[in-house]
Design a protein around this ligand. Sequence first.
Ligand SMILES: Nc1ncnc2c1ncn2[C@@H]1O[C@H](COP(=O)(O)OP(=O)(O)OP(=O)(O)O)[C@@H](O)[C@H]1O
Ligand SMILES: [Mg+2]
Length: 370
Amino acid sequence: MAAHVCNTPMALVSLVDEKRQWFKSKKGLDASETSRDISFCGHAIHDEEIFIVEDALKDERFCDNPLVCNVPNVRFYAGVPLWLTNGCAIGTLCVIDHVPRLLTQAQIETLKFLASQVVRHLESRWKNLLLSDQLIYTSKLAVLGEMTACVAHEINTPLGILSAKIEVLTHKQKIGVLKEALLLQELEKMHKTTERIAEIIKGLARFSRGSHRDGLVRYSLQQIVFETLELCENKLKKEKVDLSLEFERDCIVDCRPVEISQILLNLIMNAVYAVKNHEQRWITLRLFLQADQVHLQVVDSGSGISETVVNQMMTPFFTTKPVGVGTGLGLSISRGLAEEHGGRLSYEKWQGHTSFKLSLPVAQFQQKSA
Ligand SMILES: Nc1ncnc2c1ncn2[C@@H]1O[C@H](COP(=O)(O)OP(=O)(O)OP(=O)(O)O)[C@@H](O)[C@H]1O
Ligand SMILES: [Mg+2]
C-alpha cells in the first residue's frame, strides 16, 4: 500500500538492530537483510518523523553507498521511524525508488499513518507472543535457575542435620544410653525439619507448574509474599542482602497466585543482582493501600536506574546482564501479567532508591496486620 500511495517500485518494513537491518515485509526487493552501516533506515530511525533523501547521488552521505552504486540502485528513499509506545524506534516503514523523487504532503501524511498502523499491529502481536505459555515459562525457568543452587542448599543443610541426628540416636540406643525424653525431643525437632523440607519442595512444585490457564482465585497478597520468600530466602542469605518487610495491611486479591509470585520473584532477583556488589545491600518489601488499589513495592539499596535503561527495560529481551545470564524477559512478562490482573507494574525512585511497584485492584480488605 505504501508503494502504491507513493508510486514507488519498492516498499519495506525494516527492523534495525546495532549491526543489521532486516526486512520483515517487502515489495520489489529480494534481499532479506543488509548491514546497518550502509542502510538508509539506520539514519531514518534517528529522525522524529520522516527521513527523506530525494536524490542519493546528490547526497554526500549516500552517493558512494553500495546500495546506491549497485543493485538495488537506490536513488530516492523516504522512511518513517516505527516508534513504539515505550519511546524506542525499532525500524522503519520506507519507500524506495530507482529515480529521484519528491513526495507530496498528502503522501507523507499517508506514509506516517501507515507506519502508525504497522506499530499498532507489531505491538499487539508482541503482546500475544509475550503472554504465550512458552515465554512465561522460559522466564520462570530463568528465575528458578538463579535460585536452584540456593534451594538445593536449603534442602541439603537440614537433610545433613537429620542424618547426623539419626546417627547419634542410633548409636546411643545401641549402647543403651538413649533416654526416652531425649528421644521424644529429638523426634519433634526432626519432624519440624522434614516439614520445612516438604514446604520448600511444595513451593517449588507450585511455582514450576504452568498456571496461565488457571482461573482467578481470592488469595491473600501477604500470603503470596511469604510463600515467595520461602523460595528465595537462601539466595538473599547467600548474597548477604538484608530483607525487611513493611506491611500496612493485608488484602485479598483476585489473582493467579503463581503469577503474582513470578512477578515478585523477578523483582526480588533483579534487586539482588543489582545490589550484590554494593557496600549496602538491602531490599524492603512494602505493602500498602491507596483507595481500591493495593501496592506491593520492592525497594532496593540501589540509587535508581539510568534513564536510558528505564526507557527500554520493559521491552522484551532487553537486558544489561552479560550474555547467557539474563533473558531480558523478566520485567516485560511481569508487566504483561500485572496488566492481565487489571493492575500495573511501574518503576519509580523512592526516597532516593530503586523501586518497582506492583499495583492490583483489591477484592477484599483484611484486618490490620500485627
Ligand atoms: N532493581 C534493579 N536495579 C537496577 N536495574 C534493574 C533492576 N531491575 C531491572 N533492572 C534493569 O532492567 C533490565 C531488564 O530486567 P529484566 O528483569 O526484564 O531482565 P533481566 O533481569 O536482565 O533478565 P532475567 O529477568 O531473564 O534474569 C536488567 O537487565 C537491568 O538492567
Ligand atoms: Mg530479571
